[in-house]
Design a protein. Structure first.
Length: 425
């Protein structure tokens, strides 16, 4: 209703301006008072929130004064005096189409009304030779958002989606069997528990929209989000415990959730506050299963990570970057660890392009296996740290054709592991 009130004010302002006649309509001051000030005075968010989660609103660029608002926009390069209709501020308003579910009340009609108001006002004001020639405002007089441009850019919904794709969508293979409509167990689970089971949608954007719109994210305590608590089995999960605090999927989910909560709550005040972006490899989920048999008691119920390195024939050595990885808790009672492998490749590499075009798989051959175990349970409290050389419990050369399917997993006896060169005394 409030959004419609603002729309009505902008529309009526346009009608009133037109009714004044051609001479009055060309007066930037008149247009400003009738069409721009209602935006400035409105308590409602502007169309900026369609593409920005926080940090910026259209009214941040408006001052009570017609002249100073024009000069402020001009001095920031947001008004094109040579071609006013192509001014940058107009392109920003017109862009729209963001993925911000929270901005659903901002309709296309409101954005169109804002665009029409600013277009008319800028066009009229740009004809005023005094405004065009006026001296620049002081830095203190310029109207702009309080947050720096780096923070504003970080809060864009396209950046949010890119982070979601990297951190959550890339991990979907751990959940797709039950929570995607294409999963083998999904139809049965939906019939038993309802449509909310199928939270993995056909695309990353649709999935993100669904999670934001439902009760899966806790903005006050992101670490208590349902998206984390269910696979941790802290909230009863039909599939049992699917992740441990500090494992690869937990890290990825938590990274996105923490950042999303801080962004929406406008917690980033400066560029230095923003999370550092670490270069991450492309990830490819597979149905290649790997098993460690007869694990020792000390590993029981601890997080175990396996890492595979391919043989570099040209360099006659093991590759320095892993080609596959996986982690999960050891089943202490059964003395075993098993999970499907995730393949890794540098983004834009030939290997990544190959796996992106077809179903990813490991070529038959020998690989160096390194096994890390969080014996002390360190990652449970320090989730954003990684297992390092101190956590390596052994390594072995493994040769396999790497078949796909749970019933055809590659099995290695834990007793085959030997101390790695890096951990030998």
């Amino acid at each position: 209703m409030k959004a419609l009130t603002l729309l009505a004010a902008l529309w009526l302002g346009g009608v009133a301006t037109s009714a004044l006649g051609a001479g009055a309509a060309s007066d930037g001051q008149t247009v400003f008072e009738r069409r721009i000030l209602p935006i400035f005075k409105s308590p409602n968010p502007s169309s900026c929130t369609e593409c920005h989660l926080a940090g910026v609103d259209l009214k941040n660029y408006i001052l009570p004064s017609h002249e100073k608002t024009f000069l402020s926009l001009r001095d920031q390069g947001l008004i094109d005096l040579a071609n006013p209709a192509d001014s940058k501020i107009l392109r920003f308003i017109a862009r729209g189409g963001g993925t911000n579910q929270g901005a659903s009340l901002i309709s296309a009609k409101v954005r169109a009304a804002e665009l029409a108001a600013f277009t008319e006002w800028i066009t009229a004001s740009a004809r005023d030779p005094k405004l065009r020639a006026a001296a620049k405002l002081s830095i203190a007089e310029v109207a702009k958002p309080a947050r720096p441009v780096e923070v504003i850019r970080h809060a864009r919904t396209d950046r949010l989606l890119a982070s979601f794709e990297e951190n959550i969508w890339s991990q979907r293979f751990r959940c797709s069997g039950c929570h995607s409509s294409a999963g083998k167990e999904n139809a049965k689970l939906v019939a038993e528990h309802g449509e909310q089971v199928a939270w993995l949608k056909d695309t990353a954007e649709a999935t993100m929209r669904y999670l934001i719109a439902t009760e899966n994210i806790n903005l006050k305590q992101p670490e208590r989000s349902r998206l984390l608590l269910k696979p941790l089995n802290e909230i009863k999960h039909g599939g049992g415990q699917k992740m441990l605090a500090g494992d690869l999927t937990y890290k990825a989910f938590r990274t996105w959730l923490d950042d999303y909560a801080k962004t929406v709550n406008d917690r980033y005040a400066s560029a230095a506050d923003l999370p550092s972006r670490r270069p991450a490899p492309a990830m490819f989920g597979t149905d290649i299963w790997f098993k460690l048999n007869n694990t020792p008691p000390a590993w029981g119920d601890r997080l175990l990570q396996v890492t595979l390195f391919a043989w570099d024939r040209a360099g006659n050595a093991w590759e320095t970057k892993p080609i596959a990885i996986s982690d999960r808790g050891v089943w202490g009672k059964g003395k075993l660890w098993q999970h499907s492998l995730v393949l890794l490749a540098d983004k834009d590499s030939e290997r990544a392009r190959l796996w992106g075009r077809s179903e990813a798989g490991l070529p038959a051959g020998k690989y160096l296996l390194k096994v890390h175990v969080d014996v002390a349970g360190r990652l449970k409290s320090a989730w954003n740290t990684s297992l390092g050389e101190a956590d390596v419990v052994g390594e072995a050369v493994v040769e396999s054709v790497w078949p796909k399917g749970y019933g055809r997993m590659t099995v290695v006896e834990a007793g085959r592991l030997r101390p790695s060169a890096a951990t030998k005394d």
